[in-house]
Design a protein around this ligand. Structure first.
Ligand SMILES: Cc1cc2nc3c(=O)[nH]c(=O)nc-3n(C[C@H](O)[C@H](O)[C@H](O)COP(=O)(O)OP(=O)(O)OC[C@H]3O[C@@H](n4cnc5c(N)ncnc54)[C@H](O)[C@@H]3O)c2cc1C
Length: 480
């Protein structure tokens, strides 16, 4: 056990006075297990916190930040701790506090005429979706971690998910924020306005800042009407070029009805078939790629089905689809999505791999994949490519699996840097981004100077310095 300094002991006393003793956990209490807050989701990093602090309202957050600012103690905001880039856990120093937003999970208000919902940052995404649904609306953000991630974390990382092609990223779903600044002041920005041109867009500055510029305590978000019908199709396509052609056709024929467009290569589906044979992956064996499409219709199911069938017929006539099925029921549709969402877990079952979450302009993805696959095969013989993702958004999870039967740990040790450099250099050459949706965190902070425009990076540093001059908010994340 480490001994606390006298200022640290004083600070913990203050934090207990602010949030209540039960809501400030420290290693001094032998019965307290802090590891769920100290360990990242992928178990790559296990830090050590000075304390885990769980405020119950915005005033408490502000008071905690003031106390920390006075002692120069850094703060790591944490929501559901499902982030994939090591951004929500403390470093190993034992000097940082984790600010868990989990207790601030209330739905504050629903405004049906304004089509908005206002929730606290610790509200779990699934609960937010349910609150919207209970009020007769749709909150369209949807991702694999929705049962645990929070809206504060979604905003902190500007999360994407499966419906971006229609509704945009979390940024596009947010109209207002309440934020505690690095000085412990509260910015009351829960406007719910769709138009407000009164200067710099602070909301958009906070969104995607990964807890480095302010602590989001609440948000006003957009609601949408529930679609009258939602249909899902699965298509076998002969090439990535054909998948892009199908995407163009789907935009043309379905318009705003196109709410999902996911692509999966044969190897990624073979992993699902191997590790979860009960899921019965359709149409994957004779084709290099499959596509999952979703059509949300504002009229009725018959309209949605006839639109989908006309699209697939046109696609088959033009040769960009070889074979396709349209789900007959909601449970079949869920089954198809479940296959897509099981790729990540199937990869884990198969062993260690090197993950990339990249975006490239859609038109350039076929050339990117062909060139980069060939480069990797030449430079790292035997690697297996798990290519899948949100093609509708130009976002691929371009993952590199160790050679079959090889030692995964040795593969990572010997090849992770080489593979990352090769892939990221290609992403830059093709005008893409090295982090499409997961953010930068600590994992990629060191990469930004190589892959981000230097002027953009300088402006980011200036913003950070202006808003958090003492560098107490999530230091070492996003910017090094
Ligand atoms: C199975 C799985 C599937 C996933 N699928 C997707 C996907 O499809 N698309 C996608 O974009 N991501 C995906 N993710 C990544 C992750 O779920 C998202 O990044 C999510 O938005 C993180 O939310 P969280 O509440 O868990 O945040 P955390 O992991 O707790 O934090 C993430 C970052 O946000 C900051 N933060 C948290 N709360 C606040 C706050 N209140 N104020 C300011 N900063 C804050 C943290 O400091 C950290 O930097 C997936 C993760 C998993 C495990």
């Amino acid at each position: 056990m480490t001994t606390l300094t006298s200022p640290q002991t004083d600070l913990i006393g203050q934090l207990r006075a602010i949030c209540g003793t039960a809501n400030v956990l420290t290693h001094e209490d032998p019965s307290a297990d802090l590891s769920p807050w100290e360990q990242d989701w992928r178990k790559r990093v296990h830090g050590r916190a000075l304390a885990v602090v769980r405020p119950g309202d915005t005033a408490q957050v502000a008071a905690v930040v003031k106390a920390c600012a006075a002692t120069g103690t850094s703060i790591v905001p944490q929501g559901g701790n499902t982030g994939l880039v090591v951004g929500s856990v403390p470093d190993a120093s034992g000097t940082q506090i984790v600010l868990s937003m989990a207790r601030m999970n209330a739905v504050r208000a629903i405004d049906p005429a304004n089509l908005t919902i206002t929730v606290e940052a610790g509200c779990v995404l699934q609960n937010l979706q349910a609150a919207a649904e209970n009020a007769g609306f749709l909150f369209p953000l949807s991702l694999g971690a929705e049962g645990s991630c929070t809206i504060g974390g979604n905003l902190g990382t500007n999360a994407g998910g499966t419906q971006v092609v229609r509704y945009g990223n979390t940024r596009e779903l947010c109209l207002g924020l309440e934020v505690v600044t690095a000085q412990g002041e509260v910015w009351h920005g829960l406007s719910g306005l769709r138009k407000d041109n009164t200067g710099y867009d602070l909301r958009n500055l906070m969104i995607g800042s990964e807890g480095t510029l302010g602590i989001i305590t609440a948000a006003t978000l957009k609601l949408y009407p529930q679609p009258a019908a939602q249909l899902t199709a699965w298509a076998a396509v002969p090439s990535m070029e054909a998948a892009v052609q199908l995407l163009g056709l789907a935009h043309q024929r379905l318009g705003p009805g196109l709410t999902g467009f996911e692509v999966m290569n044969q190897f990624s589906l073979s992993l699902v078939d191997k590790h979860y044979p009960q899921l019965r992956v359709p149409l994957w064996q004779g084709t290099p790629w499959c596509v999952l499409l979703e059509n949300s219709d504002s009229e009725n199911e018959q309209h949605a089905r006839s639109q989908f069938e006309a699209l697939l017929e046109a696609a088959m006539d033009s040769g960009c689809v070889r074979d396709a099925i349209v789900a007959e029921s909601l449970s079949q549709a869920r089954g198809l999505w479940h296959i897509r969402e099981s790729i990540t877990l199937a990869q884990v079952q198969e062993g260690l791999n090197i993950k990339h979450d990249i975006s490239i302009p859609v038109s350039r993805i076929p050339d990117f994949v062909a060139e980069t696959d060939a480069l990797l095969a030449r430079e790292v013989p035997g690697v297996r490519m798990v290519d899948f993702g949100h093609l509708g958004d130009g976002n691929l999870h371009y993952n590199v699996q160790a050679p079959e039967g090889g030692d995964g740990k040795a593969f990572l040790r010997d090849f992770e840097d080489k593979v990352n450099t090769l892939v990221f250099d290609q992403v830059k050459r093709f005008g893409g981004s090295i982090s499409a949706e997961h953010g930068v965190g600590e994992l990629k902070a060191g990469k930004l100077p190589h892959y981000k425009d230097p002027t953009a990076l300088a402006m980011m540093r200036a913003v950070k310095k202006a808003l958090d001059p003492k560098n107490i908010l999530n230091p070492g994340r996003v910017l090094t």
